[in-house]
Ligand binder design. Structure first.
Ligand code: ATP
Ligand code: MG
Length: 422
């Protein structure tokens, strides 16, 4: 036998019992998103590399070292999407989705791809559910997307004690540049105490240094100047409004002044839903988002303020209570009697399915093995159509639980009533 082929490192199969759990999460998501008037958008899983270079930023880890980039046969550079805000914004501009009542509320769900070190909660193909609210800078939308995520968790039965909401403001074009310069100057002074990555980021993207995960760096960074003291009046007011609305909605937020997004077109609100579930180790962020008032214009669209988040489906599924999803059992299984023609049973099964019942065929073999098969599938009934039944125009309906049987007319409409009584 030749060697069986396995999944590629960093990718996973979702097996049937697990797929039932995914479906449940997706169903709850659709229901909650619908109540907030979000509309689904499906974009391609690969795009021009330039979209991500401009939309995420050259200075980020994602663009710098995590993208799966390849050339097509015409020599164009394409990239498997590492996230989907850039794709949503591209579609928003391309299809002029900005016409019509604003804000525009879009959501997506699908696979994303990043060349990462594989660990618990960190894969190379993973799935994100995301929302983008485009067209308004009113901080009520910031609060709304956060409350939406909290409602989604609640709908899934995830206790508020299972997560913590961390919140910060990264300022805006008016107040951030001065803070960025002050932070950079401070980081340069303390460079000797920081890791090599922090050294690089100090020059390219100093705000990003603040969320370095290295323990020794965190000790030093605890003394770094914080943006709080530097926020302009507008940013301060927006932050206070978000905090106030969250409190009114009963969603508790913890201020984390070290929470940042590194790029210039991220503005004001940033937030993360973090869990302390030990199964995720350091990969504790379930959902991350913020306001990006400059991105739509950066990608060539009309200036459009926006706010959104993306949530890691695998991480969420890891922390959800994990009863295995039950794969639906058939109501009835068609047993083929030795010597009888195959066609009538095949047709009856199809007619019952057309009536909405879950029905299956037993594999050919000895009768008692076929009944066993039906029981193992969890079926309530076995249906038998032998030559004599066919001659009489009836079918034997054997109740596998009650151990009784009856002969009923061979008519799908009539049978549905009996089979659904179970
Ligand atoms: P991290 O700091 O964990 O690398 P990130 O800042 O790269 O996260 P985002 O780009 O903000 O993450 O993505 C939003 C969410 O998507 C994350 O909070 C996480 O739940 C999920 N996610 C990101 N990368 C991965 C991955 N490689 N595998 C599984 N889930 C991921
Ligand atoms: Mg990452």
């Amino acid at each position: 036998m030749s060697q069986p082929i396995q999944t590629i490192k960093g990718t996973k199969d979702v097996l049937p019992a697990e797929a039932v759990r995914w479906r449940h999460v997706e169903d709850v998501a659709r229901a909650v998103l619908g109540r907030y008037r979000y509309q689904e958008l499906r974009t391609p899983i690969y795009e021009a590399t330039e979209l991500f270079a401009r939309g995420i930023g050259e200075a980020t880890d994602i663009v710098g070292k995590e993208m799966f980039t390849f050339q097509d046969r015409g020599g164009r550079s394409l990239t498997l999407r590492p996230e989907n805000t850039a794709g949503v914004v591209r579609a928003y501009i391309q299809h002029k989705l900005y016409t019509g009542p604003s804000p525009h509320k879009l959501w997506y769900l699908g696979p994303m791809f990043r060349a990462e070190n594989v660990q618990a909660g960190r894969q190379r193909q993973f799935h994100q559910l995301g929302v983008e609210c485009l067209g308004s800078e009113d901080p009520r939308w910031d609060a709304e997307v956060i409350v939406l995520a909290a409602d989604f968790f609640e709908g899934l039965g995830l206790a508020p004690s299972a997560w913590e909401l961390q919140l910060n403001s990264v300022g805006c074009g008016a107040c951030r540049p001065a803070y960025r310069d002050a932070l950079q100057a401070w980081l340069r002074q303390r460079a000797a105490e920081l890791c090599a990555d922090c050294g690089l980021r100090t020059e390219r993207n100093p705000l990003r240094v603040l969320d370095c995960k290295v323990a020794a760096c965190r000790v030093v960074l605890a003394e770094a100047p914080l943006i709080d003291g530097a926020l302009c009046g507008g940013c301060r007011e927006a932050l206070d409004t978000v905090v106030g609305l969250l409190a009114a909605a009963g969603v508790e937020a913890c201020r984390n002044p070290h929470l940042v997004r590194g790029l210039d077109y991220y503005t004001r609100t940033v937030f993360e839903f973090v869990t302390c579930d030990p199964r995720l180790g350091a990969q504790s962020t379930l959902c991350a988002g913020g306001r990006y008032d400059g991105l739509v214009a950066e990608l060539g669209g009309p200036p459009t303020p926006a706010v959104g988040w993306a949530l890691g489906m695998e991480r969420l599924l890891t922390v959800l209570p994990s009863e295995d999803g039950a794969v639906a059992s058939p109501v009835a299984v068609m047993v083929s009697a030795p010597g009888a023609p195959l066609t009538p049973g095949f047709q009856l099964v199809r007619a019952l399915r057309a009536q909405g019942l879950v029905v299956d065929l037993a594999p050919a073999g000895k009768l008692d093995r076929q009944f066993k098969h039906a029981e193992r599938l969890g079926a309530r009934f076995a249906l038998v159509l032998g030559e004599q039944e066919l001659a009489e125009g009836v079918v034997v309906v054997k109740d596998l639980t009650a151990r009784t049987q009856e002969r009923l007319p061979l008519d799908a409409h009539a049978l549905v009533g009996r089979l659904s009584q179970a």
